[in-house]
Design a protein around this ligand. Structure first.
Ligand SMILES: Cc1cc2nc3c(=O)[nH]c(=O)nc-3n(C[C@H](O)[C@H](O)[C@H](O)COP(=O)(O)OP(=O)(O)OC[C@H]3O[C@@H](n4cnc5c(N)ncnc54)[C@H](O)[C@@H]3O)c2cc1C
Length: 493
């Protein structure tokens, strides 16, 4: 009888762990090696003095994709009631103190829309319905399938699909067909930053994001986003997957047309029938493989933006802040230009705040608060003068100033501790090229579908990739799909 096939997975991010479960359930002996001391990568967790922080991802969007993937793995996800829909998606604050609360409740949306721009509610419904159609076409024809050759992607039928997906117009220009009011334009396009893009030069395809949020809702698990990782870990362990932490892969050993094994920092060498790299794809080509030409080609591609993140444990609760808050600055476009052109941060940045204890009190000690801030920033660029420590200090001051304007006058005095991640930290902690955490590779049309680096190496056919920088792209729903598609490719071989 033939023995079990073996697989090594480099990285215990959500992409790596999900692939491990798929493979183990299909008869593989799987071992996952992670460079850090704990799993999750950009969906990891930190706990300090009773304050629990989600390190990166905080919003559980597109629940249909989670449902599909978890069902295919036989893992209950929504069934035991510890993942709840949020009543409101987020509150958006503008500089003139105008507030828009994004909510799946149509009546709530109608009242706000008609106050800001009479007639805009009906238009918003069209924007959302059309955006949701884009989402459905996108999932079936672009992001939810493997492309085995270029003809499956670039064919006459798909030209029609690309037109339907609104890839010919920028998201901002497209939104202007629906709204005149600047705040509404900002409210329906800022979500591009979720995939590290500016709405001014990314396709209107991404109008699918607010549409999917408003139609399918936003959810939050008890225990934070890391609870998703825990569910996957439990399933992986129950089907025999082994995990080794503090094991950084140093080289993928290749011979002829095969990847033979992995050599780790401590000199250990492990061999397997297949290798799956969940670590950032351009990093893997640059650092772990001998393939310098391909690595150079990847270097010349476009990269997403990065983020400066602050995690605060506070000894006071600020109930003014809901679970998710978004502060959009009047200098919206200028801010995006500072990020994408100058590779820096705006002096008056737009930013996002996560207050998980609003939904799950266990995220903070009683009468205390746990807040995380995400501020879009340029990625690490050796050609620019970037002093991230100074930028992080300046940006922190701007964030505090904006919170004071909202009435949180004393917030700075109540910060017990702070953990800050700059683009350089993202680069070193998770090995994300240029600290481009929302990609790393950008999601422009020429880097999507068949044009995104493939999930199977073209020479070493037993070397596969999974995660945000391969097909279909970044964000947890995409990465879950990536795990399914990569596993399908492996299992169909
Ligand atoms: C600030 C921020 C906010 C976000 N918000 C959201 C959100 O609200 N909703 C959402 O859906 N998505 C969000 N995302 C995106 C989401 O977190 C990512 O798409 C997802 O977690 C990426 O998973 P991954 O498996 O592709 O990669 P990673 O999580 O990066 O996992 C790769 C793993 O490989 C490990 N590794 C790297 N090099 C090596 C090596 N040499 N040897 C061994 N191990 C190695 C890394 O340490 C890491 O654990 C956010 C991301 C960030 C950064």
């Amino acid at each position: 009888m033939e023995g079990k096939k073996s697989a090594i997975i480099i990285g215990a991010g959500i992409g790596g762990i999900t692939t491990a479960v798929y493979l183990a359930k299909n008869g593989y002996d799987v071992e996952v090696f992670e460079k850090n001391g704990s799993p999750g990568g950009r969906c990891g967790q930190m706990i300090r003095d009773g304050h629990r922080f989600d390190l990166g991802a905080t919003m559980m969007l597109m629940p249909g994709i989670y449902r599909e993937i978890f069902k295919s793995l036989g893992i209950p996800i929504f069934e035991n009631g510890d993942i709840k829909p949020l009543e409101d998606l987020y509150k958006i604050y503008f500089d003139n103190n105008e507030i828009i609360t994004f909510s799946p409740d149509a009546e709530k949306m109608k009242i706000q829309h008609e106050k800001i721009e009479p007639g805009s509610f009906v238009k918003s419904q069209k924007y959302v319905t059309d955006g949701y159609e884009i989402f459905q076409i996108g999932v079936h024809k672009l992001i939810g399938r493997n492309f085995y050759n270029i003809f499956q992607f670039a064919n006459i039928r798909n030209v029609g699909m690309l037109i339907k997906l609104k890839t010919y117009i920028s998201n901002w220009a497209y939104a202007k067909k629906f709204f005149r009011n600047r705040h509404l334009l900002m409210a329906y396009t800022f979500q591009n930053i979720y995939v590290g893009q500016s709405p001014f030069n990314s396709p209107a395809l991404f109008s699918m994001v607010p549409a999917a949020e408003l139609i399918e809702g936003s959810f939050f698990p008890k225990g934070g986003m890391f609870a998703i990782i825990e569910k996957l870990l439990a399933a992986a362990q129950s089907c025999g997957v082994k995990f080794s932490y503090n094991m950084a892969a140093k080289t993928i050993k290749v011979s002829g047309k095969r990847a033979e094994g992995v050599i780790f920092d401590d000199g250990t060498e492990v061999k397997a029938d297949i290798i799956v790299a969940n670590a950032d794809l351009p990093y893997v080509y640059r650092k772990l493989l001998p393939d310098k030409r391909q690595s150079q080609r990847l270097d010349n591609m476009k990269y997403s933006c990065s983020a400066i993140c602050y995690h605060w444990g506070l000894d006071k609760v600020y109930p003014q802040l809901g679970h998710h808050s978004v502060f959009l600055s009047d200098g919206f476009r200028e801010g995006l230009d500072r990020i994408f052109i100058d590779k820096s941060v705006s002096d008056h940045p737009s930013f996002y705040v996560h207050a998980p204890a609003r939904t799950d009190p266990s995220a903070a000690p009683e009468n205390q608060d746990t807040l995380s801030f995400i501020v879009g920033a340029g990625h690490v660029d050796k050609m620019k003068k970037q002093d991230w420590d100074t930028l992080a200090k300046k940006t922190r001051a701007a964030v505090i100033q904006r919170l004071k304007q909202l009435g949180l006058e004393d917030i700075e005095e109540h910060i017990k501790f702070e953990i800050c991640f700059t683009p350089e930290d993202w680069e070193s902690v998770c090995n994300i090229s240029r600290g481009s955490v929302f990609g790393s590779l950008a999601h422009n049309l020429l880097q999507m579908g068949y044009f995104r680096p493939h999930n199977q190496h073209s020479r070493y056919k037993n070397l596969y990739f999974v995660g945000g920088s391969t097909h279909p792209g970044n964000g947890i729903p995409n990465v879950l799909l990536s795990a399914k598609l990569t596993s399908e490719r492996i299992l169909n071989n």
